[in-house]
Design a binder for this molecule. Structure first.
Ligand code: ACO
Length: 336
């Protein structure tokens, strides 16, 4: 069974409640209809109830009546969520009036439902920028214990199975933290290894990427990757991780053997950690476009509860897959 089928099956067998804050966005609504039809998740749609019902009728969606619709402007639980937000953010200067206003904002409401335990996961971003989606989640959901830095991984399905594990490579950070410190980079490596294992179902061999392999270049950016590699090894001795490695030394067996002899990762890496967001974001998009790889994600990692961001250019299928992945993250978190 291919990976996406496995992810869907696991979601079906362990149904999770997924909140979609952009419930009145056409692609999101169509994806929700299919997710309900396939039994992948119990769907919560945030948005004006009548608009959602009208859109469902217009698109002839037969399953939306099985979704739970939460209308932010007519929400009997508004005060519960406003009070929760106020308690969480009053030390940052938020007033109760501001919290009441934000509890009617679709994105804040979705994040608050997740925080309150009224949903198990969240997927949003079909019409919001990454920053607008991320900020409420970073402020309210916060990071998982032992993690200070959220990041975003992509599962890359390459058109041939020459690289990675059967053509599958997980890479990060491609989405969130612009310039990580060495400590943050170590956390990103650990979180990415867990995403590779729990979501991509591969045995992670993690390469900490650089423009240097094992001291071939001297620079403060190289030093950061070396330090991050050491920290990640200390944090999680169980993970197979090595660095600093250039990209070819990481994934090409002959180059790995000549530049980093004896490394358990060089030439065999299936999990790539980029030194900064600029590199990761550009690299995954180039591999997607120039090599014709399928890029599934970003799978956000490091949050205390699973919330995931869509690209504004996403398809209905992208939303469907990301919801199924979010269900798998929620299941993995509950079982950990
Ligand atoms: N991890 C954990 N917490 C964080 C992080 C992080 N990476 N960044 C910020 N925070 C926390 C802060 O500590 C703060 O918490 P607090 O308010 O409780 O003190 C809260 O989030 C808000 O922090 P700000 O500094 O106000 O947020 P900022 O303006 O820095 O925005 C953001 C954070 C949105 C993640 C920003 O760094 C960003 O825009 N990153 C790039 C996102 C992006 O555009 N990615 C590329 C597109 S995605 C794609 O192509 C797949």
């Amino acid at each position: 069974m291919d990976l996406i089928e496995q992810i869907k099956q696991n979601a079906r067998e362990n149904k999770q409640r997924i909140v979609l804050p952009e419930g009145d966005e056409a692609r999101t609504l169509k994806a929700a209809d299919q997710l309900i039809a396939d039994g992948i998740a119990d769907v919560i749609l945030i948005g004006p109830a009548q608009t959602i019902k009208d859109m469902a009728a217009e698109f002839e969606l037969k399953n939306i009546d099985k979704a739970c619709i939460v209308d932010p402007k007519n929400n009997p639980n508004r005060d519960k969520y406003a009070n929760l937000l106020f308690e969480l953010r009053k030390s940052k200067g938020m007033t109760i009036e501001e919290a009441q206003g934000l509890a009617e904002n679709f994105m804040y409401l979705g994040v608050l439902m997740l925080k309150a335990g009224d949903a198990d996961g969240l997927v949003s971003g079909a019409r919001s920028t990454t920053g607008d989606m991320l900020r409420p989640a970073l402020q309210i959901i916060k990071t998982a214990p032992g993690v200070s830095c959220v990041s975003g991984a992509f599962i890359m399905f390459l058109p041939n199975d020459k690289y990675g594990t059967d053509g599958k490579i997980v890479c990060a950070d491609c989405a969130v933290t612009p310039v990580p410190t060495a400590e943050q980079l170590a956390e990103i490596a650990v979180c990415t290894a867990d995403t590779a294992k729990n979501i991509a179902k591969i045995d992670p061999k993690v390469a900490m990427l650089s423009f240097s392999t094992k001291g071939s270049a001297k620079h403060e950016d190289v030093d950061k990757v070396i330090k991050a590699t050491e920290l990640a090894k200390q944090m999680r001795p169980d993970i197979c991780i090595d660095g600093e490695l250039q990209a070819d030394a990481a994934i090409v067996p002959s180059v790995g053997a000549s530049k980093a002899p004896g490394s358990e990762v060089a030439g065999k890496a299936n999990t790539l950690v980029f030194p900064r967001l600029e590199v990761g974001n550009i690299a995954y998009k180039l591999v997607q476009r120039l090599a014709g790889a399928e890029a599934v994600g970003p799978v956000l990692q490091g949050f205390a509860k699973p919330c995931n961001d869509l690209s504004r250019g996403c398809s209905i299928d992208d939303i469907y897959k990301l919801v199924a992945i979010t269900c798998n993250q929620a299941i993995a978190q509950k079982n950990s």
